[in-house]
Design a protein around this ligand. Sequence first.
Ligand SMILES: C[S@@+](CC[C@H](N)C(=O)[O-])C[C@H]1O[C@@H](n2cnc3c(N)ncnc32)[C@H](O)[C@@H]1O
Length: 266
Amino acid sequence: MFFKISYFNPVKLVKFLSLLIENNFNFIKNEFLNRKFFNIKYLIDQLYNFNEQTYAKYHSNVVAEHQIGRIVNMRNLTEKYKNEITGDFLELGVFQGYSLIFFDRFLEKDKKIIGIDTFEGLPHDSVDVSLGQKSVEVWVKGEFNNTSVDNVKKSLTKFKCRDVSLLQGVFSEKKIKEELTKLSDHISIVHIDCDLRDSAYDALELIKSYLNQKKTMFILFDDWGVHQNEIPDGFYKWINENQSKFNFNLEKIYTTNYTRYYKLSF
Ligand SMILES: C[S@@+](CC[C@H](N)C(=O)[O-])C[C@H]1O[C@@H](n2cnc3c(N)ncnc32)[C@H](O)[C@@H]1O
């Protein structure tokens, strides 16, 4: 015997076993949901089925909350503001192209879709906002390198998307700015999904000249607040420097746990 019979407490044992079963069950359930809500085919099949009820049902799973929440908000945005979406769509941070494919489904076919990424992963590690140097290893240089322009193009073809322009490079590159200017003279929606503070700031600098047209622009952030204040900090810095210069109104229109969608109007 490993324990004296007098120490044996059946009530405690039953409690222990039910806790063990419950924890394992929750773990397996979460693993199952993670896989399901990272499956691009499943997500695309559900683009018009997800709604507030499915969001409420699955919101305790981080991946499901994110995917359902952003899909519902992307769809609502493109329906509600259809008349103000007069220009093209730009994504900064493409990775394997999930959100690019979602927007292909929701946007009118006459709008161009442009995506920019290194297609080699993040250009640097996370940065501590207050110290301006690496502190917590949340995002690591090279993360999200499991992609390429060719692979994204294959996915876009597989899901029968329109002809999408993919630019390879970092947002701050002169060549990227020149290529983007050639591709579009009017951008209405900018989806910024780049995780890092400096990347978010560079993304906003890249699209700044389009504000001279004084037409409504929707700026949508993914990964808002995932690592401390990286993305919010980059955004607020840019807003402080540019809002009075361009004289726009800023309205927060949709949110989820880790996304913030803004409307800039004049
Ligand atoms: C989270 S992933 C994008 C996910 C994608 N939008 C989706 O919905 O699946 C972030 C991407 O941002 C890119 N990225 C981050 N900073 C960048 C920069 N300064 N220039 C170019 N790409 C950058 C990374 O290479 C990475 O592929």
